[in-house]
Design a protein around this ligand. Structure first.
Ligand SMILES: [Zn+2]
Length: 113
């Protein structure tokens, strides 16, 4: 269950950043999660709730925004979203595509008081 490790990571960041900025309570976290990352939002929320008990992030809300999988064709520069894991360019048919987004899991921001 790698959501546990991710939740711990997020918690470490908000606690560290939060204390550095004099935050006594973290209200919410904004996350971007790529469609291709294997994170299950429900598990992540569950793990975060579990780990944050007794910390300044206890009860914080996780806002998870899904990031679509975007590829760019190296042949014709066409950008397209991938829906069915067929990684070839719909415009020219080339298989030389680069993944632009879809794998990320980033903490965009967090709110505290
Ligand atoms: Zn192309």
């Amino acid at each position: 269950m790698h959501e546990m490790a991710i939740a711990q990571n997020l918690l470490d960041i908000v606690i560290q950043e939060g204390s550095a900025h004099g935050v006594s309570r973290v209200l919410s976290l904004s996350l971007k999660v790529g469609e291709l990352s294997t994170v299950v939002p429900e598990s992540l929320i569950f793990c975060f709730e579990l780990l944050s008990k007794g910390t300044l992030a206890e009860g914080a809300r996780l806002d998870i925004e899904k990031v679509p999988t975007i590829c760019r064709c190296r042949e014709c520069d066409h950008e397209f979203s991938v829906t069915d894991l067929l990684f070839s360019c719909p415009k020219c048919g080339s298989g030389k595509v680069e993944l632009q987004s879809g794998r990320e899991l980033t903490l965009e921001s967090f709110e505290g008081e």
